[in-house]
Ligand binder design. Structure first.
Ligand code: PBG
Length: 332
């Protein structure tokens, strides 16, 4: 008798949509998503970001409109990035951002959850995430952390629910926690960009924030403070350190190249993990979709699923505002 391959369990559970739905064990929900937004002080009207498809830089007015629209699509958590008009080397003015936060709070109350990004890169004239030494060869840790703590305090007072430091200086989580607690802002959460790697995938974001350090004569990149892709312990140790310093949520960023880090942290840290599918990762899918090489919504959903499998509780994506619709439409 001719020997024939029989179906086994593997193919039986893939046989049709119904059984695929029943056996799926990765569950996505739009409730787990945070939408990043850019608030740009130099704009008169909402402006599309050239390298970030369908994402805009907002004015204070258009920001309110965007939040309202996003709430209508089931998103209530936001991560806000300020883009100040004035760049400086020190003595930064944060009032543009604090006013924006106060306005969001006044308009939407407790209907939204607002995480405020905390970093100096959009404020500095050299694009680095901190204050530079006089000779421009080093980002000063202590001076930067002092400034970040002041900044965080102002943002928390203005109504931020969460402070999200993305600078990668040493000791900033403990310093920020302490300054919030001393000001009776101990209810304000800290989501720290902990395993944040020096990466090629931040390009569109730096265009949006006008924060590229690339034109500096000496320090042209962020390798002296962001974690190294070439070290298997760097990002993990930074995240554990941040957790011990008091971070409530720990983040891995970028997402796809660092899924191993996410999975390892899942077993090492008993705190919620966030995965940030960053601007260049987002845009790479948008470019594939624009060429007809991938289906936009399905490509994003597939990536989100991988972040969940790897251990993320929270997903930060520029396409978060589509999550509810796209998840509902999943073709199992
Ligand atoms: C730095 C910061 C970066 C991002 C958010 N905050 C990276 C960087 O410029 O080094 C990246 C976010 C993205 O690419 O979507 N403060």
């Amino acid at each position: 008798m001719e020997k024939r391959e029989q179906y086994s369990s593997h193919r039986r559970v893939r046989a049709n949509r119904h059984i695929r739905e029943l056996t799926a064990d990765v569950v996505l929900s739009h409730r787990d998503f945070i939408q990043p937004l850019f608030l740009d002080q130099s704009l008169k009207t909402r402006t599309p970001l050239a390298n970030l498809n369908e994402v805009n830089a907002e004015t204070p007015d258009s920001l309110m409109d965007q939040i309202k629209q996003d709430m209508g699509r089931g998103i209530s958590k936001f991560l806000i990035f300020p883009v100040p008009q004035q760049k400086a080397a020190s003595g930064f003015d944060f009032t543009f951002f604090t006013k924006g936060l106060e306005r969001i709070r006044a308009e939407f109350g407790s209907g939204v959850w607002i995480a405020a990004d905390v970093c100096l890169c959009a404020y500095t004239d050299h694009g680095h995430c901190g204050i530079l030494s006089k000779d421009g060869t080093r980002v000063l840790n202590k001076e930067t952390v002092e400034e970040l703590s002041k900044y965080s305090l102002a943002l928390a007072k203005a109504g931020a629910d969460c402070i999200a430091p993305s600078d990668m200086m040493d000791g900033r989580v403990a310093a920020i926690r302490q300054s919030l607690d001393q000001a009776s802002l101990d209810h304000v959460a800290l989501m720290s960009y902990s395993a944040k790697f020096s990466s090629q995938f931040y390009g569109p974001f730096r265009d949006a924030c006008k924060s590229s350090p690339g034109s500096n004569p000496v320090l042209k990149d962020r390798k002296t403070y962001q974690a190294s892709a070439f070290s298997s312990t760097d990002g993990i140790a930074s995240a554990i350190r941040d957790s011990e310093e008091g971070a409530d949520i720990v983040m891995v960023k970028p997402a796809l190249p660092y899924l191993d880090v996410l999975t390892k942290l899942k077993t090492q840290i008993q705190k919620p993990l966030a995965a940030y599918h960053v601007s260049g990762e987002y845009q790479s899918l948008e470019l594939l979709a624009s060429q007809g090489i991938a289906e936009r919504s399905k490509a994003h959903v597939e990536v989100w699923t991988s972040l969940k499998r790897a251990g993320a509780s929270i997903v930060i994506s520029y396409a978060s505002r589509h999550a509810k619709k796209w998840i509902d439409e999943i073709d199992y």
